[in-house]
Design a protein. Sequence first.
Length: 39
Amino acid sequence: MKKFILVVLAAAAGYAIWRQVAADNGQRDLWSEVTDTVD
C-alpha cells in the first residue's frame, strides 16, 4: 500500500511540474511575440 501511495504522489508531482513548464513556455511565447521587433 505504501508503494502505491508513493507512485500516486510521484505521478501527481510529475503532472504538476509538467503543467508549470507548459505554462512557462506559453508565457515565454507570448512575451516573444509582444516584444518582437517590427521589420
